[in-house]
Design a protein around this ligand. Sequence first.
Ligand SMILES: [Zn+2]
Length: 118
Amino acid sequence: MSTTNYSGGCHCGKVRYEANADLSSVMACNCSICARKGALMAFVPASEFKLTAGEKAVTDYQFNKKKVHHLFCATCGIHSYATGSKPDGTAMYMLNVRCLDNVDVESLKVTHHDGKHS
Ligand SMILES: [Zn+2]
């Protein structure tokens, strides 16, 4: 897996992060929240994610099993990333690829995940 360093964040600029991610395949999911967000996601281990601004600007939203923290900017409302843990407890970050700087989203290979039924 080859990773590239990306920067990204919310719309108003309060929330900013950097992450090393592999965008050779990104995930679209049809679960209740992803469908509403329209997010395309890339998963990175916690060690590859660094929040550079906005720790206090985000609001945490959780639902259902409350395994994932759906963080969004309290000012502009954009969900630029989320965080949670894998079944083995490893911390993971989910980047909303649409919020990364200088990424041509239309050129990415999208894998569809049936989150609605899993
Ligand atoms: Zn914002």
